[in-house]
Design a protein around this ligand. Structure first.
Ligand SMILES: Nc1nc2c(ncn2[C@@H]2O[C@H](COP(=O)(O)OP(=O)(O)OP(=O)(O)O)[C@@H](O)[C@H]2O)c(=O)[nH]1
Ligand SMILES: [Zn+2]
Length: 363
């Protein structure tokens, strides 16, 4: 019936619950688990879960496990055994690297070797997509779905989490309107919204680009600190304004403003990464200590938006060969990479050098 939420609608609802600190039930065939994001776990909820019994682990990524010197028997993740009388502080310390140096965890952390880790993998994917720290308490329980029904908890199929990761929700245009800008009088802002009501993305179209020719394009990832505040720690603000100015000068172009703050980890986690950078770690090490990959962005969104707007070929303004590859793999032919070297400062020189050395950016 059309009143029934679709799997992706259930998923978006589950993300909101997770951010509130509510347990979400993830199920796969006959197995199901209650999942609570580590960073929002309250003492009361931890005590309630304890009373339920079942088998509980703290799921963390292999990157976080490596920092904590815990064995990740599941490859990309580790299921950490909870010590007797586990406290929310202990869970927080495993999940959050803020105090790693000041108060190193007393190890060794024991991790599970046997049994399936698929629900745990789903839990981490869910926490990441909710832009929380990628760590979750996972309580496998034989009556998890019954508990969900009795307590009004969201239930989500593992397959829905996996499908969202593989396909992403389709985006549809909501509205577009004229937007004269300093860089170009003939500007137009388009708003796109995913079918599941998730995060919106924007396209800024300058002039009337010819759909039958390669369009001067930029895939710009949101950077509140650089784009809005003029942060000197990165080059984003200068790249944003430099790209618009170039499109204004050529009279045509399209800049996709993708809401993938912090290379996809969200502003709170990016600020956690900045705090670690103040402790001496570089941009990639900081992401890893938090449990993230170097780059968690999904550039397929950019390709889908360009196609949706009628473009099939682009001259891409970027120093990141990864963006070129992803566009080409997703139906947009990049006929030229147009370098965008602007905004280097004393503050961001090391950051740009790290991106060149570790993430393949071109200088
Ligand atoms: N996690 C994390 N994200 C950062 C950091 N500094 C900047 N960012 C984010 O990195 C992204 C930069 O995006 P872009 O400039 O589009 O991408 P790029 O990969 O550098 O490629 P080009 O700019 O196209 O050459 C933005 O989402 C920023 O918020 C950092 O230290 N850590
Ligand atoms: Zn930035």
């Amino acid at each position: 019936m059309s009143l029934d939420p679709t799997p992706s609608e259930f998923l978006n609802r589950a993300r909101a619950d997770l951010r509130m600190g509510l347990p979400v039930v993830v199920h796969h065939g006959p197995r199901a688990a209650l999942v609570i994001a580590a960073e929002v776990l309250t003492p009361a909820r931890l005590a309630d879960l304890h009373v339920l019994g079942g088998s509980a682990h703290l799921a963390i990524t292999a990157h976080r496990a490596a920092t904590l010197r815990a064995r990740a028997y599941d490859g990309d993740l580790a299921r950490v055994h909870l010590p007797h009388g586990v406290s929310p502080q202990w869970i927080r310390a495993v999940a959050d690297p803020a105090d790693d140096l000041r108060m190193p965890m007393k190890g060794p952390l024991m991790t599970a070797r046997d049994g399936p880790a698929d629900l745990h993998r789903g839990a981490i994917a869910l926490a990441k997509s909710a832009q929380l720290l990628p760590a979750a308490l996972v309580l496998q329980h034989e009556d998890a779905c019954g508990l969900a029904r009795r307590h009004g908890l969201s239930q989500i199929a593992l397959s829905a989490i996996e499908a969202a990761r593989i396909d992403g929700a389709p985006l549809h245009p909501v509205i577009h309107a004229r937007l004269p800008m300093a860089a170009a009088q003939a500007g137009r802002l388009h708003v796109f919204r995913p079918d599941d009501g998730g995060v919106e993305h924007y396209a800024i179209e300058i002039g009337q680009p010819d759909r039958s020719a390669p369009v001067l394009a930029r895939l710009h990832s949101a950077c509140f600190t650089g784009d809005v505040l003029g942060s000197l720690k990165c080059d984003c603000g200068a790249q944003l304004h430099g790209a618009l100015a170039r499109m204004g000068a050529e009279g045509a172009g399209v800049l996709l403003y993708l809401n993938q703050e912090g290379r996809g980890i969200g502003l709170a986690n990016k600020m956690r990464a900045y705090s670690l950078q103040d402790q001496g770690f570089d941009t990639v090490e900081a992401n890893h200590r938090l449990g993230f990959d170097d780059d968690e962005r999904d550039f397929r969104i950019g390709a889908a938006l360009l196609r949706r707007m009628g473009f099939t070929r682009a001259r891409l303004l970027t120093n990141n060969p990864g963006k070129v590859e992803m566009l080409c793999a997703n139906g947009i032919e990049v006929v030229e990479r147009v370098p965008l070297r602007v905004g280097e400062t004393d503050e961001n020189r090391a950051y740009l050098a790290t991106k060149a050395a570790k993430s393949g950016h071109l200088l």
